[in-house]
Design a protein around this ligand. Sequence first.
Ligand SMILES: [Fe+2]
Length: 243
Amino acid sequence: MDTAMRRRRIASLFAALAALRFVMPDTATGAPPGLMPPVFSPQALPYTENALEPYISARTVSFHYGKHHRGYADKLNELVKETEYAALPLEEIVKRTASVKGREAVFNNAAQLWNHDLFWKGMRAGGGGMPGGKLLEMINASFGSFDAFKKEFAGAAVSQFGSGWAWLVEEGGTLRVVKTGNADTPVAHGQNPILVIDVWEHAYYLDYQNRRKDFVAAFLDHLVNWEFAAGRLQQPKARAVTP
Ligand SMILES: [Fe+2]
């Protein structure tokens, strides 16, 4: 075999290997061939940026949704690029990275992205008031009354030290109020989040400055989307509403 022929055979061998790689699944992400891994982004707001005024201003929503929420998604995309997390659903990334040493940054950004998706969907223009049906029955059974629930939820939101979240969660067929610090989320603790309020300062400081208590009261009295919250209750087969 002369040198030219040897070179042609080597070239065709490399071409065959390159073609084989193209049709094989991406071993880093598990993604099917020819498909890009999903790009994480905030879910669309279910209302316009000024829809929650006067309780949350368009300016706050613009910064909170457009900068903070978007920032968590952008950072997550950087962190999971070409890793085993890139092809996973967001909730699965949160569960798999919770309390895993060395994965704190992935968890923090994935959890913040998930938490904010639920926060925005749990509000609507003309919200607040009381839920009905099964959710009200469960609140009454779990807390004694709707007013007792409101008092406990507001207390958790106001007393959360520093940045964090206050939640209504479903666990073991009953409802509970819990609070979490920073990015921590009930998703990481086997609980089903029904409703959440963001009590990081970026959620309210432009509108309420240091009056977190007033922000929490406005959320409960004027903003909660109880129909969405009710849809989050576990159903016999599948959850009706996903964040
Ligand atoms: Fe936030």
